[in-house]
Design a protein around this ligand. Structure first.
Ligand code: ARG
Length: 462
């Protein structure tokens, strides 16, 4: 038995079943259903408002659509592949529910402006969810930082011990990355929140529609000024994927640090049982699965960004079916970013503990105070480069002698340079090394305390 063609009477037979499957997006774009309903309700209201349909017809469309929303929410609406996509599925169900007037809904509209509207409404919502998850993540970072202003941790460059830091300062670095992510998403939102509804298939419509009316109903800030651009623009999705990729970069860098810190080589943190897993064969293992998964999932989001860029680059105006590929990229990225933010927030809140004793030992057992010796001499008039060379020499001889700088006697110091005095020991003690970096934005405790306070205000006020 041949199935009815989906399309106009131009078509005589139905799609090949495999092609129908290939063409369909309903398996994933069902995610857009509530936005599709909301967008269609606004369109229906506008059709009545402008007199294109009667007020009674308008209300029938709106209430029928609301009925579909209810059916969907209660698990009673399961459109199949034959619906092709969410837009057809909703329109078909509407006609079943309200009769022939349902067939008027698509007046002065195309799936091209419709899908663009749905996707923007979806993304606008998701961006707000992600922004509030970022806020939670930031607030946990601040909670931990509050408790560790005076906890020292080795600071690295090239993954070599460089200078010790306040642990709070280290955590605040991630706070600031997240702050930029939060701001970036706000900026992306501005370009997401533009209405393509009413652009039609590509050229606008012959009906006297009111695009500003639907934009207002849907709380869009603006409308696309060019119908071709409106239906074929996916810049907003790419911008979102850029912002999402940067969030993942930041989460992945933190993940990498947690993985290193929890290793036997560092031993800076202990993973709690609630956020770590064991090995099926090695009974001694406790694995940092959460940060590893976050680091691993980062690739998917970068991949989606790349896929979208490549998908767009050769598209002639206006709509092309290639654009259907934007959905899974967006949905999976949104899902991934949300899940990773949530997991990292839990991990920080209750899944790891900093080993303060071990950290204190770590900062006392290296040459990360060497710059402070050079600074000590420079502050006493010795040109910095000269002081730097001198200290390099002491480090070399100390390593050879199996000593640290704090082990040198005062006479050894003075032999090196007469400017050294007994206060050199205080100057190179780890706590002082950190405290002394009191330049704006530095790791000095005073600066960190101020930075923490400013950060707290930032997330409460904004
Ligand atoms: N499912 C389609 C998409 O996601 C809807 C728009 C289809 N438009 C068209 N002209 N075939 O892009």
């Amino acid at each position: 038995m041949t199935k009815e063609p989906t399309w106009s009477q131009r078509f005589e037979s139905a799609l090949h079943p495999a092609i129908a499957q290939f063409n369909a997006s309903i398996t994933f774009d069902i995610e857009l259903i509530e936005y599709d309903i909301t967008g269609s309700q606004a369109h229906g209201k506008m059709l009545a408002h402008t007199g294109i349909i009667s007020p009674e017809e308008g209300s029938l469309l709106v209430s029928g659509l609301e009925q579909i929303r209810k059916e969907y929410r209660t698990g009673k609406f399961h459109p199949g592949i034959d619906a092709e996509d969410v837009h057809f599925a909703v329109e078909k169900r509407l006609t079943e529910l309200v009769g022939d007037v349902g067939k008027k809904l698509h007046t002065a509209r195309s799936r091209n402006d419709q899908v663009g509207t749905d996707t923007r409404l979806y993304l606008r919502d998701q961006i707000q969810h992600i922004r509030s998850s970022l806020r939670e993540f930031q607030s946990v970072l601040l909670d931990i930082a509050d408790n560790h202003i005076e906890t020292l941790i080795p600071g690295y460059t090239h993954l070599q011990r460089a200078q010790p830091l306040s642990l709070a300062h280290h955590l605040l670095a991630y706070y600031h990355m997240a702050q930029r992510d939060w701001e970036r998403l706000e900026d992306v939102s501005r370009r997401v929140n533009i209405s393509p509804l009413g652009c039609g298939a590509l050229a606008g419509t012959t009906f006297p529609i009111d695009r500003h009316y639907t934009a207002e109903l849907l709380q869009f800030d603006e409308v696309y000024a060019n119908s071709l651009d409106g239906v074929s623009d996916r810049d907003f999705a790419i911008e979102f994927l850029c912002a999402a990729s940067l969030i993942m970069v930041h989460l992945s860098r933190l993940s990498e640090e947690v993985i290193l810190w929890s290793s036997e080589e560092f031993r800076f943190v202990t993973l709690k049982d609630s956020c770590a897993t064991g090995s099926s064969i090695m009974p001694q293992k406790k694995n940092p699965d959460v940060p590893e998964l976050v680091r691993g999932k980062t690739g998917r989001v970068f991949g989606h960004l790349q896929a979208m860029l490549v998908m767009m680059k050769g598209l002639p105006l206006a709509y092309n079916k290639d654009l259907q590929e934007d959905k899974e990229a967006l949905f999976d990225s949104v899902k991934t970013v949300k899940a990773c933010l949530e997991a990292m927030t839990i991990l920080l809140r209750e899944g790891l503990e900093f080993r303060t004793q071990r950290l204190a030992e770590a900062v006392a057992e290296d040459f990360s105070n060497a710059t402070d010796v050079a600074d000590y001499l420079a502050a006493r008039g010795v040109p910095f480069r000269e002081a730097y060379n001198l200290v390099g020499k002491v480090v070399k001889t100390s390593i050879a002698a199996g000593k640290l700088l704090k082990d040198l006697s005062l006479s050894e110091w003075q032999e090196l340079h007469p400017a050294f005095d007994a206060d050199i020991y205080e100057a190179i003690a780890p706590r002082q090394v950190v405290a002394a970096r009191n330049s704006y934005g530095g790791t000095g405790f005073e600066q960190v305390t101020k930075a923490l306070k400013a950060a707290r205000t930032q997330i409460t006020v904004e």
